[in-house]
Design a protein around this ligand. Structure first.
Ligand code: TXA
Ligand code: MG
Length: 303
């Protein structure tokens, strides 16, 4: 497939992109978190193409992106007050909420679940595209399944050129780590994936909430390996361990990274050329960064 790459999107390009989505095609676009790979969330065939293009397991559900808060009521069976509070405070923005789904959403989109994940991104191009398409857009991160999420258009092109209809450049994404995902169908709302919006901020809005246990099977995506760099990635918590690893691997090209945060995390995982990457976990790292690193790691040395 020939992929149209839009370097500097203008109105007519967004129009064309909206038309592609309406007709059942796929467009990669920027959001404030990472780039997404979008298709019409209500069109089963279109959504299937996303799973194929990414090589994504079919039981890993997609997030539906909307351009106006009121569209949530067309997708969710019931919108509890806690959901309303959260979207009033955090939308548009990097918070995804999970609610019981309406039957117009095909089960392909939700990975067979009867719940749906929805968010309203805080990015002009994304919002314009959703409005132009006239449909809610299902969009996972625009990477090949298992690879680090793309934060610049070059990463999207690297993974998906030739597999999708269009890629829209929006420069470097502002936040760099994916949205916080919170399940509001449980009695005590549970964060399934930590992100830029923290548990503390959420509690301020709705009172009780918690981090889901890592072993919880509520978020089907969590069981797969994610964000894997080409190199072997070793996480350590104690810096005296660096020496041991260096000694064990004398002839290998090793890169040691200390300064990692939301904005450079995925880029480093993609771009560092080494056989082994060592990352030192420190107290300044956010929960979301540690979460992604632990998923990306091939080895974690805790003590
Ligand atoms: O910031 C983001 O959220 C980005 C941008 C493109 O919006 N999207 C993104 O999508 O990260 P994806 O597909 O890479 O991650 C979606 C996560 C997965 O862990 C998936 O399992 C979870 O959300 N998820 C989606 N629907 C769910 C549902 N109904 N129940 C539980 N987890 C769900
Ligand atoms: Mg992803």
């Amino acid at each position: 497939m020939k992929t149209i790459i839009i370097k500097k999107p203008r109105k007519k390009d967004i129009k064309k992109a909206g038309e592609i989505i309406r007709k059942g095609g796929m467009v990669a676009f920027p959001t404030e978190t990472v780039y997404g790979l979008g298709a019409n969330a209500l069109d089963e065939e279109a959504v299937q193409k996303i799973f194929q293009a990414k090589g994504r397991p079919s039981d890993n559900p997609l997030i539906i992106h909307i351009a106006e808060k009121k569209e949530l009521y067309n997708l969710a069976e019931k919108v509890p007050q806690k959901a309303e509070r959260l979207i009033t405070r955090f939308w548009p923005g990097p918070l995804t909420i999970i609610l019981k789904k309406k039957s117009i959403i095909p089960k392909t989109t939700t990975g067979g679940l009867d719940t749906v994940a929805v968010r309203m991104p805080d990015n002009k191009i994304a919002l314009a595209l959703i409005k132009e398409s006239g449909v809610p857009i299902a969009a996972p991160s625009a990477n090949i399944s298992g690879k680090p999420s793309p934060t610049i258009v070059e990463h999207v092109i690297h993974d998906l050129n030739g597999r999708i209809n269009m890629i829209i450049n929006g420069g470097k994404t502002r936040i760099g780590v994916e949205s916080t995902v919170i399940d509001l169908t449980q009695k005590i709302p549970a964060i399934l994936r930590p992100g830029y919006i923290t548990l503390k901020q959420i509690k301020e809005e709705i009172g009780k909430a918690r981090m889901a246990k890592r072993t919880s099977n509520k978020s089907p995506g969590m069981k797969y390996r994610h964000y894997a760099p080409e190199a072997e990635l070793i996480l350590i918590k104690d810096k005296t361990k660096i020496r041991t690893i260096l000694n064990e691997n004398e002839n290998k090209k090793i890169s040691i990274i200390k300064n990692i945060h939301e904005k450079n995390l995925f880029r480093k995982l993609r771009e560092i050329k080494a056989e082994i990457i060592i990352i030192l976990i420190n107290g300044n790292m956010s929960e979301s960064v540690i979460n992604r690193l632990e998923k990306a790691a091939s080895r974690i040395i805790k003590k």
